[in-house]
Structure formats: C-alpha cells, structure tokens
Write a protein that binds this ligand. Structure first.
Ligand code: TPP
Ligand code: SF4
Length: 302
C-alpha cells in the first residue's frame, strides 16, 4: 500500500510540510512520471486541495479513499497520499462502488480517463444515476486514449488523425458526456478546466459534499496526443452556481459538442438535484452502518 504516515498536527501547515524533506502533505514520495506540463498535475492539485479543505472541516485523512482506472490519469493513484485502489481499465466505478458498499462512511473519489469511463467503462457509468452511490467521479477528459499513444475515444472529434488502429481516422461524431449524464439521471454534473485548479478544487469539494453520485468532467489537454483540441481556455466561461431545471441544464450541456474546439464551453456546476435518494439510504443495513459510523468489518449482529 502506498500510504506513508503523516503526523496529525500537519493539517493546515501545508507550506511547512512541503518544505520538509521527502514527505509532502498528501503527496507520496513516488516520482511523478506525467509529461512535464501535462494538466494532470493541476487535476491532482485540485483534488489534493479539495481533500485538504474537507480535512480542515473535520474529515480525517483515513475517511478518504481513491480508486483510479488505468491510463495516464490512473497514475494519480501513486501520487495522492490517501488510501486507494488502482482498478482495472474501465472498472474504476464498480470497484469504487464495492468499496462504498463495504463501508458507506468513506468518502470515495474515483479517477477515470475519458477512454476508461466512456469506452470500456460505459456500462458502469450509465447506471450510476439510477443506483446513485454517494461518491464522486472525476473524469480526466483529454479526448483520447493517451497512455496507449493517442487512439480515439467515444468523445474524440471527427477527423482525428489516421493511425494503424484507425486507418481512416476518427469517422464518428463524438458523444456528449454531460448530456448522457443528464439523461441517465445523475444528480450532480459539473465541468472544470484542468488548468484552473482553484476552481477545480472548489467544484470537487462541492461534489464530495453532494449526497449521491457526483460527476465532475475535467477538460484536460494532452500536450502530446490529440493536440488539435488543445488551448480552449479562452472559450471557457464560468456558470453561476444556482439551481437549474433539467431543460436549462440540458441547454448548457449542449453548448459544447466536443467535435470542434470553437464555441463557448460552460464550466462549473451544470446541474444539481438535491432531491435524489442516495444508494446507502435505500437499504436499512447500510443506513445502520452509517448511523454507527462503521464498516461491515466492525458490524456486530444483534
Ligand atoms: C482491460 C484493458 N483494456 C485495455 C487496456 C489498454 N489500455 C491501457 S491504458 C489505455 C488507455 C487509457 O486511456 P484513458 O482512459 O482515456 O486515459 P488517459 O491515458 O488518456 O489518461 C488502454 C486502452 C488495458 N490496460 N486493460
Ligand atoms: S501523454 Fe498526454 S495525458 Fe499522458 S502524461 Fe503526457 S501529456 Fe499527460
């Protein structure tokens, strides 16, 4: 297991800890192997800050658990110093769901790539709104399978380059994951810009406080593959945090179609429905574990 012990009194003293040799707060000692300049660094920073903020509000480090898929994004598992599980490609969501079932008191964060989540893992994603487990999915969306050197995913733009795997290039129109999330009844849907880690941290924190399944899609340029869609910062604008009807959210989600880098790209919380019942509130045994603040391991049948 990757976790290295950190003294409790280090909460809030991030700067001091970061100066300390080899041991960085919520960071492991593993050397980071993302390409220099990859926005995955900022996603990690956003996620790390969100956890630190929640810890300042009373959550303990051991309350958090991260599950990652396989891909460049999945390396985040090695770098954030909380407990975790590196799942199979496409299987981050069901693995995380299993963790949540084992102990509904844990704050579960799931990191997936767009290939991981919308291709191999799609059959898990489309059921999340229905099951509504209380966990947060963070998708590193670089519109490509990057670790395997840049093949097209279901949300890659048409015309993406020809390769041995795709001799005609990408010929399909991409899907829009935000619209899909709305249609499958996910109750918290947000989009962020990887490079804006302050905003990303804020949104991840809100997602983790949401009572149900929260989906945060992070637009992340890959600076090596599918660079044609890079540099969309100017197109992005922050939406107001307010209640929206389904139709208003659908309109916002439809503004960006993933096929062109032109046009406005709304970021922030697109949709939040606080009336949905979370998975662990639907089943009395899970409710009991939550009330007693324990997992199955410590459960005593009476
Ligand atoms: C079951 C399975 N299928 C395929 C692969 C090969 N594979 C490893 S990483 C990867 C691409 C990952 O792409 P994505 O999830 O978008 O993450 P990124 O690398 O872009 O961050 C693939 C196809 C695998 N490891 N396991
Ligand atoms: S290949 Fe792309 S996504 Fe992977 S580390 Fe490099 S820049 Fe980041």
């Amino acid at each position: 297991m990757k976790a290295i012990p950190i003294p409790k009194d280090e909460i809030g003293k991030i700067a001091d800890v970061e100066k300390s040799k080899g041991l960085k707060f919520l960071r492991t000692a593993s050397p980071v192997t993302w390409c220099p300049g990859c926005p995955n660094y900022s996603i990690m920073e956003g996620a790390r800050r969100a956890v630190l903020n929640l810890m300042k509000q009373g959550w303990k480090r051991e309350d958090f658990i991260m599950v990652a898929g396989i891909g460049c994004h999945g390396k985040i598992y090695d770098y954030i110093n909380i407990n975790g599980f590196n799942a199979l490609h496409g299987r981050a969501l069901p693995t995380a769901f299993g963790v949540k079932l084992g102990n509904p008191n844990l704050k579960v964060m799931v990191f997936a790539g767009d290939g991981d989540n919308y291709s191999e893992g799609m059959e898990h994603f489309i059921h999340m709104g229905r099951f509504n487990p209380n966990m947060t999915l963070i998708v590193h969306d670089n519109q490509g399978f990057s670790l395997t050197t840049g093949q097209a995913t279901p949300i890659t733009q048409m015309g993406y380059n020809k390769s041995k795997a795709e001799p005609y290039g990408e010929v399909h129109y991409p899907m829009n994951p935000l619209k899909l999330a709305l249609m499958t009844n996910i109750g918290f849907i947000a989009r962020c810009n990887a490079r804006d880690f302050t905003h990303t941290a804020e949104i991840i924190e809100k997602a983790m406080k949401y009572n149900g399944f929260a989906f945060v899609e992070i637009i992340q340029d890959c600076i090596i593959f599918n660079t044609a869609v890079n540099g969309r910062d100017e197109n992005m604008y922050k939406v107001e945090s307010k209640k929206r009807t389904f139709d208003e959210a659908l309109k916002l989600a439809s503004e960006y179609d993933y096929n062109s880098k032109d046009g406005k790209i709304p970021i922030g919380i697109i949709y939040q429905d606080d009336s949905k019942i979370a998975f662990d509130e639907k089943f009395p045994p899970l409710k009991k574990l939550k009330e007693q603040k324990i997992g199955w391991r410590d459960f005593k049948r009476s």
